[in-house]
Design a protein around this ligand. Structure first.
Ligand SMILES: NC(=O)c1ccc[n+]([C@@H]2O[C@H](COP(=O)([O-])OP(=O)(O)OC[C@H]3O[C@@H](n4cnc5c(N)ncnc54)[C@H](OP(=O)(O)O)[C@@H]3O)[C@@H](O)[C@H]2O)c1
Length: 213
């Protein structure tokens, strides 16, 4: 699969390396793509670097891993991502992103994932990877045994995208637990019940079942 990475930092850089290792074609992007040379080198032959617009254009699946508050300006550059799968890994931190976004989400009754999806109305948006530290994502990929596999909670409503994403997770050595559509993602937001969970699939499924029954 062709994967565009928007925000090649802790999350995007490390996941991109995993995706490339698993055989996917990864295009990292940055406002300064010339600074991504050693990331591309580390990711190997399946990786390249470009500007944000090119990565958005090239990817069938786009990983968005930038500061939450930069979504509106990024949307101006990359458009609606029509027909693509968008994985939203962002979290809202008022101290970093400004209080105005929090006020807007409260007024519009939007969760963080729904707010982001409102900018990309023609994409199939999945929320994933936001609830787990980049260190864990980096270190726990490609486990040697099935017993060591961790599960990642994710949300979204399109059946095909859900299957594509589960396969992608499996490719890099994680299991997925689908928790529902974006309306279910409050539990994935910072300091909520699924935030910071590092559990194997069966245990994460139990937690999710209790949360939503
Ligand atoms: N760190 C974690 O463990 C973790 C875990 C889960 C979720 N998250 C969330 O995931 C997102 C990314 O976190 P991170 O830790 O990977 O951050 P990071 O290492 O600081 O990387 C963020 C990336 O965003 C890009 N960026 C910064 N300002 C931008 C702008 N104005 N327009 C477009 N791109 C911009 C930067 O790319 P250039 O400067 O190269 O353009 C940078 O590579 C955040 O929303 C964070 O809250 C982080």
């Amino acid at each position: 699969m062709k994967i565009g990475i928007i925000g090649a930092g802790n999350i995007g850089g490390n996941l991109g390396k995993h995706f490339a290792k698993a055989g996917h074609q990864v295009m990292f992007s940055s406002r300064h793509p010339e600074q991504l040379k050693h990331l591309v080198k580390a990711a190997g032959q399946n990786a390249s670097a470009a500007n944000i617009e090119e990565a958005a254009e090239c990817g069938e699946l786009i990983l968005l891993a930038i500061p939450f508050g930069k979504v509106p300006a990024t949307r101006e550059k990359i458009g609606t991502l029509a027909g693509k799968i968008l994985i939203d890994a962002n979290n809202y931190y008022p101290q970093r992103d400004g209080a105005a976004f929090g006020k807007e989400m409260t007024e519009k009754r939007l969760l963080e994932s729904e707010w982001t999806a409102s900018y990309f109305t023609k994409a199939s948006v999945l929320k994933a990877f936001n609830s787990i530290s980049y260190v864990t994502l980096t270190e726990r990929a490609f486990p040697e045994t099935d017993k060591e596999r961790l599960a990642i909670p994710f949300a979204g409503s399109d059946g095909r995208s859900i299957e594509v994403f589960k396969t992608l997770l499996n490719d890099i050595g994680f299991d997925g637990v689908h928790i529902g559509d974006l309306a279910a993602t409050k539990a994935m937001q910072p300091n909520e019940k699924l935030y910071g969970t590092e559990l194997p699939q069966a245990k994460l499924k139990d937690v999710v079942k209790k949360l939503y029954r």
